[in-house]
Design a protein around this ligand. Structure first.
Ligand code: HEC
Length: 512
């Protein structure tokens, strides 16, 4: 949820007032060596990183990516212009490959089976097009494991282009996504997934939104003309590399949204990306929190721990190239007692940065003034950050990095990926946990506890539906437009009555 960016900067005003300037910004710990990069290298026995495949790597991503996507071992089902993709999914079984030929498909496809390969067939430059006409909500939803979605052009949907709902081992590649109303590619609550070679533009929130996931690789995508380019949120062990992220409002965002069921963002590597000219005026739905995201931010880390930023080319972002901040400086965030609010152990290694910070927002200007910083600034830190470091600190103009030591390591290259050597097992969900799983896997993509995301906060829904889970379940199946300043909620009719009711009961009991 890109919305947070907004918030960040109201807190800066405080600093500008002259607060703590001496102790906070006057320091210089650059002589202190911080971090030895051990989280990126394996012990001799290969034991390090047992849960994240980082041990003793080398070679190419492709060598490690065999654990994601469908097996393709079953039958082939063909779908041609005028036929239904959903009908093909209904007749498919695990291992099958659904080949969709060029044509225009106006439908929502829901894949609730495992090991399905949904492949567009591109012939002479003609693609299969999924067309939402600004009437349909989502293009492709999957809850199965080991799903491949590739070679589609997906456009003009009101909700998401591809949304994962607790599916593991996903592979989403080589799709074109244009003009969707919520998110573009949005795996939620998935483990072990690769998102590569997609091109996304004109997305009203985040183009690629990795939410509450583990072991994710996002590479070689182009994202532009969207409000947020790539977001890694409440996720662990992610690599974002070799993407071209340009002309968004904000480029790459790594953070914790408070009030979501999974509380941490840890170990994100952001490397070798082009993060350029992310100055597009905000065009999020009017009145929504994302509408306040200030344009001109290259990379933002808010409360994410162990984020390493390496080898990126970051230029032309008018607000700042990199902003590191915390929840306290985010004025309209309610702190989550279970989420640690600082950005700790951030490592800024060598990046190529130039021409950032030409027109910072007033709050950054004020911070510069208060710290007697002149000239344009590439990197801004606001708030307390423990154990963070920057390599060769003198190479960039910065403000607020007095607490950062000098990094004791120079690269993450030995960690090729965090994709798993073997597919992650399917999520087994006990009946008693059905409501929790449905809420985590689906509803939490748009509803946080006390913060406005795409939909209203859970607290508001609790107040409206106190003793009435049936009412929530009914609304989720057939939502009607209620609020002028929110988008419509996409219907969740594909979920059984039982699951909707379980999710509703879980929602009513949430406390943070
Ligand atoms: C893609 C985003 C999205 C997802 C996923 C989503 N919602 Fe919503 N929800 C919204 C939006 C947007 C609104 C506000 C709609 C409006 O006011 O017109 C909303 C509103 C609601 C409301 C308020 C209804 C009222 O009377 O004011 C309830 C209840 C609700 N959602 C329940 C759920 C449940 C339960 C789930 C999961 C099964 C869910 N939502 C999944 C976006 C979403």
């Amino acid at each position: 949820m890109a919305g947070k960016l907004v918030a960040i900067l109201s807190g800066l005003a405080l600093l500008a007032a002259g607060y703590f300037i001496g102790s906070k910004f006057g320091g210089d710990r650059s002589h202190v060596i911080v971090g030895d990069g051990s989280r990126y290298s394996a012990g001799a026995d290969g034991s390090a990183g047992a849960d994240n495949n980082s041990a003793a790597q080398g070679g190419r991503l492709a060598d490690y990516a065999r654990s994601v996507g469908a097996s393709g071992k079953g039958n082939t089902i063909e779908v041609r212009d005028g036929e239904s993709i959903q009908a093909a999914v209904a007749s498919a079984s695990a291992g099958d490959v659904i080949r969709v030929f060029p044509g225009t498909y106006r439908e929502t496809v829901y894949i609730d089976k495992d090991d399905i390969q949904l492949s567009g067939v591109i012939i002479g430059g003609e693609w299969p097009v999924m067309e939402g006409d600004k009437k349909l909500n989502d293009a492709i939803l999957y809850s199965g494991n080991s799903i491949t979605v590739e070679n589609f052009r997906i456009q003009h949907y009101k909700g998401n282009a591809v949304m994962g709902q607790a599916g593991n081992n996903f592979l989403i590649r080589n799709n074109h996504v244009i003009d969707t109303g919520v998110y573009g590619i949005f795996p939620q609550l998935g483990k072990n997934g690769l998102i590569s070679h997609n091109v996304l533009s004109e997305i009203e929130d985040a183009a690629i939104y990795v939410g509450m996931c583990d072991n994710i690789h996002v590479s070689h995508n182009e994202v532009f003309n969207s409000v947020a380019g790539i977001e890694i949120e409440n996720s662990r062990h992610s690599i974002v590399e070799s993407n071209y992220v340009h002309n968004n409002t904000g480029g790459i965002l790594v953070f914790i949204t408070p009030g979501l069921p999974i509380k941490t963002t840890v170990d994100t590597i952001v490397r070798n990306n082009f993060v350029v000219n992310n100055n597009t005026a905000n065009f999020a739905a009017e009145g929504s929190i994302v509408a306040g995201v200030p344009a001109g931010t290259g990379i933002l880390n808010m409360a994410g721990d162990e984020t390493t930023i390496e080898g990126n080319i970051i230029s032309g972002n008018k607000n700042a190239g990199i902003i590191i901040t915390d929840h306290m400086n985010a004025g309209n965030i309610t702190l989550d007692p279970e989420s640690e609010p600082n950005s700790d152990k951030v490592a800024i290694l060598d990046n190529f940065m130039f021409d950032n910070g030409a027109e910072p927002i007033p709050e950054i200007k004020a911070l510069k003034l208060a710290t007697l910083t002149t000239g344009n600034v590439d990197i801004v830190n606001v708030g307390k950050s423990t154990g963070s470091c920057i390599l060769n600190p003198k190479q960039y103009p910065t403000v607020g990095l007095g607490d950062f030591g000098t990094c004791g390591f120079t690269t993450t290259a030995q960690t090729v990926t965090y994709l798993l050597p073997e597919p992650a097992p399917k999520r087994e969900i006990a009946k008693a946990d059905m409501g929790k799983a449905a809420f985590h896997g689906i509803c939490a993509g748009c509803h946080a506890y006390n913060v406005r995301m795409i939909g209203p906060p859970v607290q508001i829904i609790q107040a409206l539906y106190m003793d009435n889970p049936e009412g929530i379940a009914a609304y989720a199946a057939n939502p009607v437009k209620k609020r002028d300043d929110y988008p419509e909620m996409p219907p969740q009719k594909h979920l059984s009555e039982e699951i909707r009711l379980a999710a509703a009961k879980y929602l009513l009991e949430l406390k943070n």
